[in-house]
Design a protein around this ligand. Structure first.
Ligand SMILES: Cc1ncc(COP(=O)(O)O)c(C=O)c1O
Length: 343
């Protein structure tokens, strides 16, 4: 029998398990635009409760939850402070300009993490020439930073700056559960520090679709119209929300296995003669740089010949991602493939 394909491109490639599908089939549903879908309501409440926030808004994607939050927090002629490699800036199609008419103040972080001092220095003084700073947005774990996590004191310091200047603080928590599992931080600390949090269900948690935006009741009420104008009002969405509920119940603790497998890959990569550098592995993302003698296209093509897919992540940079559909046996296959590669 052929070996199964090993897809390390992203944790978004997972397929629902039979148990998750069963829960989706069984879900009671209604029209969620009429706010009559009990499963969507259950997911929104469950996700909000975990973080100690009041309410949630179920959306098709993390791009939508982020962009809705940014739109609701800002106004045209204002500015969002974020890190220069953050997903909201780099990979959401310039949506901050398109949806919100807002500008961005980009900070140079350390593997995506910024400091309170950097944030404070970027806050605009009142001046007719400047946009007003309307939002500070962080990302945890940080994708481009190789799945890096913030320490709580760093977040507390940034939240203190945000509160002192009365600027809302948003978290792109596409992989927040990876951060929570890796650091042991309680989710409720995040609800205390952030005004809004975007949580993705279709990455490490393994649901086929969906993200939830969390915040205060009043804020989430405001976001419903923005979701509607973006075309994100869904009808019997409970079938999808059920997958999210299943994921929250069953797929959080197991993220530790993904992290262990990612660390194993990182260690092995660091021993290969064609690898120049591996970013520290903190969660399920492994980003590394190839030496010039091993062109990235050649590296990816040789892996692909062995049934292994990975992502190009900038010049000579590659990303491996571990997830629900990557087993220990697959990691062993990747390790043996890595050793056979020739430049
Ligand atoms: C950090 C981060 N934020 C947001 C998103 C957007 O999520 P989606 O693909 O569901 O739009 C991603 C997607 O990979 C991501 O990595």
């Amino acid at each position: 029998m052929m070996n199964p394909l090993i897809d390390l491109r992203s944790d978004t490639v997972t397929r629902p398990t039979p148990a998750m599908l069963e829960m989706m089939f069984q879900a009671p549903v209604g029209d969620d635009v009429y706010e009559e879908d009990p499963t969507v309501r259950a997911l929104e409440n469950e996700a909000a409760a975990r973080f100690g926030l009041e309410a949630g808004l179920f959306c098709p994607s993390g791009t939508m939850t982020n962009q809705i939050a940014i739109k609701a927090h800002t106004e045209p002629l204002s500015e969002v402070i974020c890190e220069q490699t953050s997903h909201i800036y780099l990979w959401e199609v310039g949506g901050i300009a398109f949806h919100s008419g807002a500008s961005v103040a980009l900070l140079a972080g350390e593997r995506g993490r910024v400091t309170a001092a950097q944030v404070e220095a970027a806050i605009r003084p009142v001046n007719v020439h400047y946009p007003t700073t309307s939002l500070i947005s962080l990302e945890n774990t940080h994708n481009r930073g190789g799945g890096s996590c913030y320490a709580l004191p760093e977040l507390e310091a940034i939240a203190e700056v945000a509160q002192r200047h009365q600027i809302p603080l948003h978290l792109d928590g596409a992989r927040i559960f990876n951060a929570l599992v890796a650091t042991g931080q309680p989710a409720t600390e995040y609800g205390r520090l952030f005004d809004t949090i975007s949580v993705c269900l279709s990455k490490g948690l393994g649901a086929p679709v969906g993200s939830v935006l969390l915040g205060s009741k009043a804020f989430i009420q405001k976001t419903k119209r923005i979701r509607k104008v973006m075309g994100g009002g869904m009808r019997q969405a409970g079938y999808l929300a059920a997958a999210g509920l299943y994921a929250l119940e069953n797929n959080v603790d197991r993220l530790a296995d993904d992290h262990r497998r990612a660390r194993q890959l990182g260690k092995k990569l660091a021993q290969q003669p064609y690898v120049a550098e591996v970013l520290p592995v903190e969660t399920n993302l492994v980003i590394f740089r190839l030496k010039p003698e091993m062109p990235a296209e050649k590296f990816l093509a040789q892996l692909e010949e062995q049934g292994i897919k990975a992502s190009s992540f900038g010049p000579q940079m590659i990303r491996f991602v571990t997830h629900l559909d990557v087993t220990d046996e697959m990691i062993a296959r990747v390790e043996s493939a890595m050793q056979q590669l020739s430049s």
